[in-house]
Design a protein around this ligand. Structure first.
Ligand SMILES: [Zn+2]
Length: 323
C-alpha cells in the first residue's frame, strides 16, 4: 500500500515535467515560425502591382512594381516577348517566358504565357506508307474511302509527296510562329499512321481557327500550276463553313501564286474529301504544284522555291484574317 503511494507521487511529478517540456517545445515553435515568416516577407518586399500571366502576340501590357526607385526590366526569352526600360511588355510569339523586375538586390518574376493571335491547323498530306483500310468520308456517311492514300512522287527529284508536304509544313509552321500564330501540326514525322478522319478530328479538338491541308499534284507531265480544294455550298457535312472556307482558299491561292510565280488553277470544289468533310473549322487543301511536271518538281524541292511557297501561304493566311 505504501509502495503504491510513492509510485503514484512519482508519476504525478513525471507528468508535470513532461507537460513543462511540451509547453517549452510549443513556445519555441510559436516563436520560431513568425521569425522565419518575417525573414521571407522582408526579402519579397519588391512585388508586382500590375502584371498579367497571359498576353496575345502583338499586344502590349504595362507591368509595374511597388517602388519609385530605378528598376531594371528583362525577359527570359526575347523571342517570346520583349520589355522596354519602363516595364512595357510586348508579346511576340507563342510560348512562355519569365518577365523580371530587379531593384537593388531584389528580383521578382512572373511567368508569362504568350498566346497566338490565331491557331492554325496544318496537315502535311500523306505519310511514308498509305493505309488502304477504309473509313467513312464524312460523319454518318455510307461512303468509305482509304484512310490515307499513297500520294505522288517527283518525276525529276524522286522525292515522295509525303516528304515534300512535311518539309513545307515545317517551314510554314516556323514562319507562322514568327508572325505570332500558334500552329498545330497533325504530324511532324513521316513514319506515322494517322487517317484523314483522325487528322481532321485532331485539328478540330486542338481549338484551331482554320485548317490548311498541304498536298502536291500528279497527272500528265504537261499539267502545271497550283490549285486549292474547297468544300462546295451544297456539301452535306460542312456547308455552314463553305463561305469561310472559300474565303480562305481564295486568299491562300492568290498570295501563293503571286509569291511563287506558279500558275493558279483556282478553286476546285470537292465534297468527297474525308479530311475536309470531318472538319468543324474553315478548311482548305492546297495542291502546291505538279510533282509530275519536272520544272515544278525541281522548284518545289528547292530551298529557294520552298521559301517563296511558305512566304506566299503565310501571306494568304494573314490576308484571310485581315492582318
Ligand atoms: Zn496528296
Amino acid at each position: 500500500m505504501r509502495q503504491r503511494l510513492i509510485k503514484k507521487t512519482d508519476w504525478v511529478r513525471l507528468k508535470k515535467r513532461l507537460t513543462a517540456v511540451i509547453l517549452c517545445l510549443l513556445l519555441v515553435m510559436t516563436v520560431a515560425v513568425p521569425v522565419k515568416a518575417g525573414t521571407v516577407s522582408e526579402g519579397s518586399s519588391l512585388r508586382f502591382t500590375k502584371s498579367v500571366k497571359k498576353l496575345t502576340a502583338g499586344k502590349t501590357y504595362q507591368f509595374r512594381v511597388n517602388t519609385s526607385e530605378q528598376v531594371s526590366w528583362s525577359v527570359g526569352n526575347e523571342k517570346i516577348a520583349s520589355v522596354n526600360k519602363s516595364g512595357k511588355v510586348t508579346a511576340k510569339r507563342y510560348g512562355k517566358t519569365h518577365v523580371y523586375a530587379k531593384c537593388k538586390d531584389q528580383k521578382v518574376s512572373v511567368l508569362l504565357q504568350v498566346q497566338g493571335k490565331k491557331v492554325i491547323g496544318i496537315d502535311p498530306g500523306h505519310q511514308s506508307r498509305g493505309d488502304s483500310n477504309t473509313e467513312p468520308n464524312g460523319p454518318g456517311s455510307s461512303t468509305y474511302k482509304a484512310k490515307v492514300a499513297g500520294g505522288t512522287r517527283g518525276v525529276s527529284t524522286g522525292k515522295p509527296e509525303y516528304q515534300l508536304t512535311l518539309e513545307v509544313a515545317k517551314k510554314l509552321k516556323q514562319q507562322l510562329w514568327d508572325k505570332g500564330y500558334q500552329v498545330v501540326m497533325t504530324r511532324t514525322k513521316n513514319d506515322v499512321n494517322i487517317s484523314n478522319k483522325e487528322r481532321a478530328l485532331l485539328i478540330n479538338e486542338s481549338g484551331a481557327d482554320i485548317c490548311v491541308r498541304i498536298h502536291a499534284d500528279g497527272a500528265v507531265s504537261s499539267a502545271r500550276g497550283a490549285t486549292v480544294l474547297c468544300p462546295s455550298s451544297s456539301n452535306r457535312y460542312i456547308s455552314k463553313l463553305y463561305k469561310k472556307s472559300q474565303k480562305l482558299s481564295d486568299a491562300l491561292i492568290r498570295a501563293y501564286c503571286k509569291e511563287t510565280g506558279l500558275q493558279s488553277r483556282g478553286i476546285s470544289y470537292r465534297d468527297d474529301l474525308t479530311g475536309t468533310n470531318w472538319s468543324t473549322v474553315p478548311t482548305t487543301l492546297i495542291e502546291l504544284g505538279f510533282m509530275t511536271n519536272a520544272t515544278e518538281d525541281r522548284f518545289m524541292a528547292s530551298g529557294s522555291g520552298q521559301a517563296k511557297m511558305v512566304k506566299g501561304m503565310a501571306a494568304g493566311i494573314d490576308a484571310y484574317f485581315g492582318y
